[in-house]
Design a protein around this ligand. Structure first.
Ligand SMILES: *[C@@H]1O[C@H](CO)[C@@H](O)[C@H](O)[C@H]1NC(C)=O
Ligand SMILES: *[C@@H]1O[C@H](CO)[C@@H](O)[C@H](O)[C@H]1NC(C)=O
Ligand SMILES: *[C@@H]1O[C@H](CO)[C@@H](O)[C@H](O)[C@H]1NC(C)=O
Ligand SMILES: *[C@@H]1O[C@H](CO)[C@@H](O)[C@H](O)[C@H]1NC(C)=O
Ligand SMILES: *[C@@H]1O[C@H](CO)[C@@H](O)[C@H](O)[C@H]1NC(C)=O
Length: 299
């Protein structure tokens, strides 16, 4: 009795799985699964036919078939017009499809459906989500409400990303440490993308000027495919006024620095009251010049 039961059970197993053993392990591999707008994705549909002949491989975006491979027909490949889908026929066959110029609207589920030939006509489908993203075209823009701060003052900064999809994540850092933002908001752009705004407030204390410099940075990221940053440097007011203007602004400022150094050596010789009026300091208030000279010598 028990033996008969086991035999029946085994028969059932064989009957049940018999049809399926002609086709198994249909898998869809996508490279990459996150595509930058305008980019390319390779879709590979692997399967184990168990020696059974292949009848067809059909490719879908959502419910819409866009490509079919039927080895027993002539021609063996067909493309069905689907807006925005560009199948590179030279790189597509019974196993893989290469999609080019992917647009944002194509983000979604892609499937391959494998069907074995008679007698079983067994069919299996595999699906993968393909994300299409638009990266911010330019770096984030970081602004603070003032050029310089005294300890005790509150630094108010805001940072905006350029439009993207999904919206870029923005993080404000003070001296390499992320700080909590007081406000984060998303805004639609004309092109149907989203830009991000974050604001942060910071109570300025003397210890924030590490080596005389307080650095505020804003870093925009999109997953791990995009990273861009903007920096603002602030200096302790009494020791080092606006040296960022001296070091960052190219050759003419460099030349002015040399004049400063030169002047420094001439200073005891000239001793004129109006010495600073010789100079054309568009960016400098006169009162900063002695301190700038001091910083060049001292530093
Ligand atoms: C496919 O190859 C042919 C011949 O090499 C070429 O003319 C055609 O532009 C190619 N098509 C695509 C989509 O790359
Ligand atoms: C399909 O094309 C890819 C690359 O173009 C190639 O590596 C692969 O062998 C081809 N497969 C078949 C079944 O022709
Ligand atoms: C893609 O498929 C998954 C699982 O089948 C489903 O949860 C999701 O809603 C689908 N996404 C889209 C955009 O159709
Ligand atoms: C960002 O900060 C700047 C400087 O404080 C200010 O002029 C601007 O209005 C702020 N923008 C937003 C959107 O808050
Ligand atoms: C933004 O950050 C959140 C939380 O870390 C993360 O889940 C999300 O994927 C990020 N979005 C982007 C576009 O990077």
């Amino acid at each position: 009795m028990l033996g008969q039961g086991v035999v029946k059970f085994l028969c059932l197993l064989v009957t049940f799985f018999g049809g399926v053993t002609s086709l198994r392990d249909v898998m869809l591999l996508v490279q990459p699964t996150t595509v930058i707008r305008g980019g390319t994705a390779a879709l590979v549909c692997s399967r184990d036919m168990q020696g059974a002949p292949l009848y067809s491989v059909k490719w879908y975006r959502g419910n819409h078939e866009f490509y079919r491979y039927t080895p027993m027909e002539e021609p063996d490949t067909r493309v069905f017009g689907l807006p925005g889908i560009y199948v590179d026929m030279n790189r597509s066959n019974g196993t893989q499809v290469l999609l080019r110029r992917l647009d944002l609207t194509l983000a979604g589920n892609f499937s391959c459906e494998v069907t074995a030939d008679s007698p079983s006509f067994a069919t299996q489908v595999a699906t993968k989500f393909i994300d299409v993203i638009a990266l911010p075209p330019t770096a984030p823009v970081l602004k603070a409400d003032k050029d310089r701060y005294q300890p005790g003052e509150v630094l108010r900064a805001n940072c905006t990303s350029s439009p993207a999809r999904p919206a870029a994540n923005l993080t404000i850092y003070v001296n390499e440490e992320p700080i909590r933002s007081s406000e984060t908001s998303l805004h639609p752009s004309e092109s149907g993308l989203l830009w991000t705004l974050v604001k942060a407030d910071l109570k300025v204390t003397p210890d924030l000027f590490v080596g005389g410099r307080l650095r505020v940075a804003c870093i925009a990221t999109v997953y791990d495919v995009y990273r861009s940053s903007a920096n603002l440097d602030f200096f302790t007011p009494d020791t080092d006024p606006r040296p960022e203007r001296i070091t960052l602004n190219g050759a003419s400022k460099c030349f002015q620095s040399w004049i400063l150094v030169l002047l420094l050596f001439l200073l005891p010789v000239v001793m004129g009251q109006d010495i600073y009026t010789f100079l054309d300091y568009d960016d400098y208030d006169e009162k900063y010049i002695p301190a700038a000279i001091a910083s060049l010598v001292g530093g």
